[in-house]
Design a protein around this ligand. Structure first.
Ligand code: SF4
Length: 435
């Protein structure tokens, strides 16, 4: 092959099959898309071994994509139940699945995903290393950390989240600038603990070139993890978060020099008024690399409703330049999400993504709303259900309260403004009282 990665192909002027498919999905000129991949503003995560992948592009000018976190854990280790969630998530429109498995037969689950799932597959190899080597954290060697990343790349993972920016200098900065909730990133906290216990540098920072060689070989997109993302409103946009972002910007350039595609992870918990500035800062410091946000959650006080706090932040973030939203479920901070939690999280995240796409003027985004409004104006209930983001829920609501007049609903009945306006403009009489 004349190229190793999508970025290399794009830079050589080659339009790959994946670029053509993404261009078609996004209603983009393929050549225009190729240029965006070449300069790193769009990533197309697609490991050469993930043969059943339906590729998608991630970039702020494209449709906002959503990711669903799943995976087996010590407390919920049923592989089949978790795979059922994967299939439901894809059917509900998730473009990406992150397999965060951290107990038991993690490789079996990952291999099944790569073999059968058409969504983009992401992982965090640091979690898996502890399971795979089956030994205490501090006994894992730098070589073994890197080998875990290699194993995931060989297995066909499309993007890997690796916390390369948490180096010893940042760890020192963190200790000097204590935060209310410290480090809340699971992978970040593990690497911090490993660095503290061994006295070593973060192996993914120290041997970054080796990591890039692995990513290049299989065209794994590097998701530069934000180990120091704020875990509460009080810690948002502090020195530690910003210093890590600056390091990620430098690492982005080094990855691009090797034609390795990059996305950057972002906050976290963040007050609404800081989100836009954070998105602009990321785009500037990380040279326009696509931003992948985990929320942001705009308040800390709503456990049970964090799909809403995250959707508020996600819509604001995506409208201000973020390209990729990690879903949050109502179970966030409380337990592993079940199927219903997952559904609530996906719908909330899709609403946030779509709201942002309308605001950004993403091609075709507002057409969907236009069609819905037309159906609503015409009291075309079947049309409305067909266009709903969640038709089942909408149908259930209507079925639970039937109106006397079939074309209206029980909210206004005879006073249905839509119906009465249609009639009066058609020259009919509107009485309301005795109809
Ligand atoms: S009855 Fe009221 S709420 Fe229901 S469709 Fe008509 S205008 Fe809308």
């Amino acid at each position: 092959m004349e190229y190793k990665t999508q970025m290399e192909a794009a830079r050589k002027g080659i339009l790959t099959a994946q670029m053509k498919k993404v261009a078609l999905k996004e209603a983009y000129e393929p050549e225009e898309l190729r240029k965006l991949v070449a300069c790193g503003k769009v990533a197309i995560p697609c490991n050469i071994r993930h043969k059943c992948l339906s590729p998608n592009g991630i970039g702020s000018m494209l449709k906002t994509k959503i990711n669903v976190n799943l995976g087996i854990s010590r407390d919920c280790r049923d592989l089949d139940a978790e795979y059922e969630k994967v299939e439901a998530a894809v059917a509900m429109g998730a473009e990406s699945i992150m397999d965060l498995s951290n107990f038991g037969r993690t490789r079996d689950f990952r291999t099944k995903l790569i073999k059968e799932c058409p969504a983009i597959i992401g992982t965090v190899p640091v979690y898996d290393a502890v399971v795979y080597y089956h030994k205490a954290l501090k006994e894992i060697t730098a070589r073994e950390w890197l080998d875990a990343a290699r194993m995931h790349a060989e297995d066909g993972v499309d993007f890997m989240t690796i916390h390369c920016g948490l180096n010893r200098s940042l760890a020192q900065r963190f200790k000097e600038n204590r935060r209310l909730t410290n480090i809340v990133s699971r992978g970040g906290s593990m690497l911090f603990a490993w660095m503290e216990m061994t006295g070593n540098e973060n192996p993914f920072y120290e041997y970054y070139d080796e990591l890039l060689a692995i990513c290049r070989e299989y065209d794994v997109t590097l998701s530069l993890g934000d180990a120091c993302r704020p875990g509460c409103i009080a810690d948002a946009t502090d020195a530690v978060q910003v210093e890590e972002l600056i390091t990620l910007g430098k690492l982005t350039k080094r990855a691009w020099e090797k034609d390795v595609q990059v996305i950057i992870e972002g906050p976290g918990h963040m007050p609404l008024d800081q989100i836009e500035a954070n998105m602009k800062l990321q785009q500037s410091v990380c040279h326009g690399a696509p931003f992948y946000v985990l929320g942001p959650l705009v308040t800390d006080v709503a456990p049970g409703y964090d799909h809403i706090t995250a959707a508020i932040g996600g819509a604001m973030a995506a409208a201000s330049g973020a390209a990729f939203l990690c879903y949050v479920t109502p179970a966030e901070h409380l337990r592993l999400p079940d199927l219903n939690d997952m559904k609530e999280g996906i719908i909330a995240s899709r609403i946030a993504a779509h709201a942002a796409d309308i605001a950004k003027g993403v091609k075709g985004a507002a057409d969907w709303d236009h069609e819905m409004s037309l159906a609503r104006k015409n009291l075309d209930w079947d049309g409305m259900f067909r266009l709903c983001i969640d038709p089942d829920k909408a149908k259930a609501y209507r079925a639970s309260s039937r109106p006397e007049k079939e074309d209206t609903c029980t909210m206004c009945g005879n006073m249905c403004a839509l119906k009465n306006m249609n009639r009066i403009l058609d020259g009919e009489t509107v009485s309301i009282f005795d109809e």
